[in-house]
Every structure is written in C-alpha cells, then in structure tokens.
Ligand binder design. Sequence first.
Ligand code: FES
Ligand code: FES
Length: 161
Amino acid sequence: MSKISMTVNGKPASGEAEGRTLLVEFLRGELGLTGTHVGCDTSQCGACVVHVNGEAVKACTMFAGEADGAEVTTIEGMANPDGSLNAIQQAFQDHHGLQCGFCTPGMVMSAAALLKDNPKPSEAEVRDYLEGNICRCTGYHNIVKAIMAASGQDVTAIAAE
Ligand code: FES
Ligand code: FES
C-alpha cells in the first residue's frame, strides 16, 4: 500500500492504495465519493467518468496511483457553490434525462467535458460523443435533449419522448 494524494473537487484528499487499485475504487472506497458509479469495470459503460486534470476519464481505466498529484473532479463537485444544481444537472432534471439515475453521474461528467470543447454541439455531435456512455433506461433521447438545452440551444423543436 502506498499513500496517494490528489485534489478532489478543489480540496486536498489522500488515502492508501495498492498498485492495482483503480481510480474508481479509490474514489468510492477510500474517499467515500460514491457518486461515481461502477457499471461494468471493463471500460464500456461510462458510469465511472470523472475529470482528471480537466479531461474526461473512465475511472475504471486508470490506476489510483496514476492520478497521484492530479486535479480530479467527480459528480460531487459539479453543483454550484450554493449547492444548487449546475446548468447540466438542472437540464437533466428539466428534460427528464434520467430514470433510474445509475448512468447519470457519468453522463453529466461526459456532457461537461463535451460542452467545454464544443459549447454548442449539434444533436449528432452529442450522440457521437456519448458513444462511451450506456444508459439502460432512457433511450438517450432526453439525455441528448438535456445536454443541448444545457448548452443554451432551443430544444423545443426536438420532440418529447
Ligand atoms: S465502470 Fe468504468 S466504464 Fe463501466
Ligand atoms: S437512467 Fe437508468 S441507466 Fe440511465
């Protein structure tokens, strides 16, 4: 075991990890940040997406040790400073972009990364970007709509589902 330290959601955080400990295990087990979900552990579902040094990363594809010293943001760090939902989270609520919610943390983290690089994505671009995020409930339609709404685009012409 070795000590791993990182900045998580703007605050210093540290804990013990083995060399084989995945970042997602460290975040959930050692730091108690269980908003980051594990849907597959094999890099397919996207439920574990976090940001590492500003880039979206599937936290099951990275060892905790590789994030030593990094700036990490998880879903717990996405709300506004006053605790209210941020624009993406609010849009998911407003446009029914979730049902069971299991995929939602990863969807929100992926959406934030997309909008940082592409502030007004087309519907096709959103769908393309979400290729690595699986949702078993919603059929994706309202997730795509929510992300486009969060980017400030008028989504009234996109049919409700
Ligand atoms: S748990 Fe990481 S991609 Fe599914
Ligand atoms: S809302 Fe249930 S898996 Fe996406």
